[in-house]
Design a protein around this ligand. Structure first.
Ligand SMILES: NC(=O)NCCC[C@H](N)C(=O)O
Length: 397
């Protein structure tokens, strides 16, 4: 089946999506490194894989094509130029020193595409290579020479499609920064994506895909908080305006804390005119509407988010459905990613089964909720939207 690229809304029928089946990179998590690697616990990897397989099957059952990041990376690394970039980029770290860097470059260069892809994702421990030399001897056995990337699971954050162009993002947390080296490789070297216009790259100001919501054709909302920076949204706005990919970017300040790390942890769209929102924050959420004024940016005064969004979309109101039932349930279910739904089409979404009250609210509002298990997947603090990067959605009729 041939499908074109492009995403101009949150809810247009989903056609193609990139997921990452969790693998050995999750087996690197220990109680000593899980905080730094942005996981709340140590997932049972086999069960996480089962849950993820069921998620992927749910998508296929609804006629969504599922691409896997690991597979795309392996295929991209079939190109010798891609391998050279991958080896150079993954060994830049100043912790390595010259001797170890040279050794590692030789080691990585000897791997086949699948082996190299696996190593780039799962990382390399000091005791897994017999490098020799001073740095090797001084590092502990369990020190990573190349850090593992357990958050690859959250493909939403490391690239985002805006119209028919893709933005390789710039991730703020050191534990995730290298993920975008991999998405950059995929979009540069994979035959499927050759020639696609790229409007952002991983060396620019921080922007994370979980903060970018395509509210409707021509309208983006971008959360600015723990991850995406004010300078990041400014840069992204300039780029999308220059390419005619949007007429309005709503910059939405969100609390700089883990519970609300991305805009999609507090707000996702479930219909062309309805959002699921975390009620404990909904009242105070504001947006600054940014539009183009020649080559400059025009920034409007802050307005309530729902008001600014409805105006930009040219509709009377954006309906709000609340996470949870009371403030405490809302707080628990927001933490468990009840907010983080993935729309398959207007009024159809995937949600974690555990966020019982939120799912009931959605159904009361006429939204079909397809429930998936996420007891293990959830330990990385991300839900169905975080775990998916839509590459193609049908335009809204
Ligand atoms: N869009 C999202 O909210 N993604 C979830 C990212 C979770 C990951 N452990 C992180 O802290 O970045």
């Amino acid at each position: 089946m041939s499908r074109t690229f492009g995403v101009d809304s949150e809810v247009g029928p989903l056609r193609t999506v990139i997921l990452h089946r969790p693998g050995n990179e999750l087996r690197r998590l220990t109680p000593r490194n899980n905080d730094k690697l942005l996981f709340d616990g140590i997932p049972w990897v086999g069960r996480a894989q089962d849950e993820h397989d069921a998620f992927a099957q749910t998508l296929r059952d609804r006629d969504v094509e599922v691409l896997y990041l690991g597979q795309l990376l392996t295929e991209a690394l079939g190109d010798p130029d891609a391998r050279a970039v991958a080896v150079a980029d993954s060994t830049e770290d100043l912790r390595l020193g010259d001797t170890l860097r040279e050794y590692l470059r030789g080691h990585l260069g000897s791997l086949d595409p699948a082996g190299l892809a696996e190593t780039l994702m799962a990382g390399v421990r000091n005791d897994e290579v017999r490098a020799g030399g001073l740095v090797t001897s001084l590092l502990a056995d369990e020190d990573f020479l190349i850090d593992p990337l357990p958050n690859l699971l959250f493909t939403r954050d490391s690239s985002v499609w805006i119209g028919g162009s893709v933005a390789v993002t710039s991730l703020a947390m050191p534990a995730r920064a290298r993920e975008t080296q991999l998405t950059e490789l995929i979009y540069t070297f994979h035959p499927r994506f050759k020639g696609v216009e790229r409007i952002y790259d991983h060396k620019l100001e921080h922007v994370e895909g979980g903060d970018v919501l395509a509210l409707g054709p021509g309208v983006l909302a971008v959360g600015v908080g723990e991850r995406t920076t004010p300078a990041g949204v400014e840069r992204l706005a300039r780029r999308v305006f220059a390419k005619g990919l949007a007429h309005t970017v709503l910059a939405v300040p969100i609390a700089q804390q883990r519970a609300t790390m991305h805009l999609d942890t507090v707000c996702t769209m479930v219909d062309v005119d309805a959002v699921l929102m975390y009620p404990n924050m909904a009242e105070e959420m504001r947006a600054l509407a940014v539009t183009a004024e020649g080559d400059e940016l025009h920034v409007a005064e802050p307005e309530p988010f729902l008001v600014a969004a409805a105006k930009a979309l040219g509709i009377d109101t954006l309906r709000r459905i609340d996470t949870g039932l009371d403030p405490v349930t809302a707080e628990r279910e927001q933490w468990d990613d009840g907010n983080n739904t993935l729309a398959l089409a207007p009024r159809v979404c995937i949600a974690y089964e555990r966020t019982v009250e939120t799912n009931a609210r959605l159904e009361e509002a006429g939204i079909e909720v397809i429930r998936i298990a996420g007891s293990e997947l959830g330990s990385g603090r991300g839900g169905p939207r975080c775990m998916s990067c839509p590459v193609s959605r049908e335009p809204l009729a």
